[in-house]
Every structure is written in C-alpha cells, then in structure tokens.
Design a protein around this ligand. Structure first.
Ligand code: GUN
Length: 285
C-alpha cells in the first residue's frame, strides 16, 4: 500500500515555523524579510507561480515587491534593476523567474545577483558551494524534496537515487544534494539510452522532465519512493505530473501527488531562504 507524501501539509507546518521566526526576527532587530520577484514577459504559468510566491510572503509576515517587465525589456535594463535591488536594504532575496526570454542570457543574469540575496541558489558561487558540500543556500525545489523525504523518515544514506532530468533548476542541484546526503546518485536525461533499466534500479526516483505522465509502472522498482516534480497540463486541461500516478500508485512505497506534492514545498523553501537571508543581513548590521 503506497503512502502519499502530502506536500501541502508539510508546507503548512513549515510555514508556521517560518511565521514564528519572521516575527521573532522583527521583534528582535526590526528587520522584516523582503523578497523582490522579477517576471519578464507574460508566460501564464510563470505569472501564477510568481503570484503564489508573493501571496505566501504576505501570509508569513514578509515584505514583497513584484516587477513585471515586458517581453521586450533589454538585458541591460534587467541587469540594472538587479543592481539596484542588490543595494536595497529592504530586499533580502531576489528572485528572477525562469525561463527568461530568449534574447537574455540566464547565466549572466544570475551572476549579476548578489550571492547573499540569491534565494534560488542559482548564482554560480552558490551552485559551486553546493557541489563542494558547503552550501549557503539550497535551491528551493531540491530543498523542498529533501524536507519531504526527511519528514516521512525516508532514509537517503546509501540509497540509489535516480534523477531524471538535468536542468540547472532541479536535476543537477537535487543530484548534488542527494550526493551530499551520501546517496548513490545517477542522473538520467532525454538522451539516456535504455532509461527503464536505470529507473528500475532506483530506491528513490526523482523525475523532473516536464513530460506528462511519462513514467509508467514498468519503469519503477517495487517499493520505490517516487518524487514527481512535473507540473503539466494534459489534453483535458487537468494538471498532471511527469509520473502516471494512477498507473504506478500500487507499486510504490511513497509518492508525491501533483498538485499538492513538491509544488507547495518549493514556495515554502523560497520563504525559508528569504528568512535566512534576512537573518544573515540583520546579524551583519
Ligand atoms: N522556474 C521554475 N522553477 C523555478 C524556480 O524554482 N525559481 C525560479 N526563479 N524560476 C523557476
């Protein structure tokens, strides 16, 4: 019998802690954690994502600002906005929603951010520190996945974790994080040959490929833990993951649903990272 990993519930419990810590920080130092979100263009999914992040900030007692820039904004303008936010004392976290329009170079944009305001952990300095097992900040989705595994008491040490997807946002940082927790890690991706031979070896399978219901029961081992990072819309408009939940549910030991699994955790860990950035700021004042 499989168990659902309830990201909504874990996220609510974590938010209670964040609300408490935010209040304590404000009472002690007067510092209110502040997040600036930047959205370039009007991708509907990104708009929803940024709106949810902003609302969550408000509910946790944090300050938030949103910059909605048009698709035609130049890279120069975006870099100069980031430069101003780097110096703004009300802002402790900067989030540039990805993907950016194609005329912008995401690596250059991430590098412009002050590493201590990079609450996504995408600045090369923060990415490098995670790989060196000495992170200052952990990217929100990988961090949320780690919290979920820990909450449900799932052992990571020594387990074979297979990550499907090699994005800079999820695949690579979650692989690094699992390696830091002493898992044996395999990263598979779109060009991987004989994918089912690899996915069926996984004790913990983490899927982040953006392909509706791609993972079927033949591709997993009996009793595996399955973490589904995908958020896709199927032909009938329903939100579905990268895993065919109904097909695999009897075969897994634990599984994250979509929606209500990894998604809420990502937003919560963004708040967590913003709070930590504000605490570091207050400490250094
Ligand atoms: N686009 C999809 N996921 C993310 C994320 O975690 N952070 C940012 N900035 N953009 C994203």
């Amino acid at each position: 019998m499989s168990k659902i990993m309830d990201g909504k519930r874990v996220s609510q419990e974590t938010k209670k802690w964040i609300i408490q810590k935010t209040k304590e920080l404000k009472d002690r130092t007067g510092v209110v954690p502040g997040l600036a979100s930047i959205l370039v263009g009007n991708d509907p999914a990104s708009e929803i994502y940024v709106r949810n992040k902003r609302r969550a900030c408000g509910r946790c007692g944090m300050f938030s600002e949103e910059y909605n820039l048009s698709e035609e904004t130049s890279e120069e303008e975006l870099l100069s906005l980031i430069g101003r936010l780097n110096l703004d004392e009300k802002i402790h976290g900067i989030l540039v929603q990805l993907p950016l329009p194609i005329h912008m170079n995401p690596a250059k944009v991430m590098k412009k951010m002050s590493p201590n305001k990079d609450v996504d952990g995408f600045h090369p300095e923060n990415t490098g520190k995670l790989y060196q097992e000495n992170p200052d900040v952990i990217s929100c989705t990988p961090y949320g996945i780690e919290k979920l595994l820990d909450y449900y008491g799932i052992k990571i040490l020594g387990k074979h974790v297979v990550v499907v997807g090699k994005s800079n946002i999820v695949g690579k940082p979650v692989a690094a994080l699992m390696l830091n927790r002493d898992a044996t890690v395999t990263i598979a991706h779109i060009e991987t040959q004989n994918l089912p031979t690899i996915t069926t070896m996984a004790d913990i399978l983490i899927v982040a490929i953006g392909d509706s219901q791609f993972i079927k029961k033949e591709m997993i081992k009996e009793g595996a833990v399955v973490i589904d990072v995908g958020i896709n819309r199927n032909e009938s408009g329903k939100i579905v993951g990268d895993v065919d939940f109904e097909d695999v549910k009897e075969k897994v030991s634990y599984i994250t649903p979509v929606p209500g699994g990894v998604g809420p955790m990502t937003i919560t860990m963004l708040l967590w990272n913003t709070l930590e950035a504000a605490e570091t700021f207050a400490h250094g004042k």
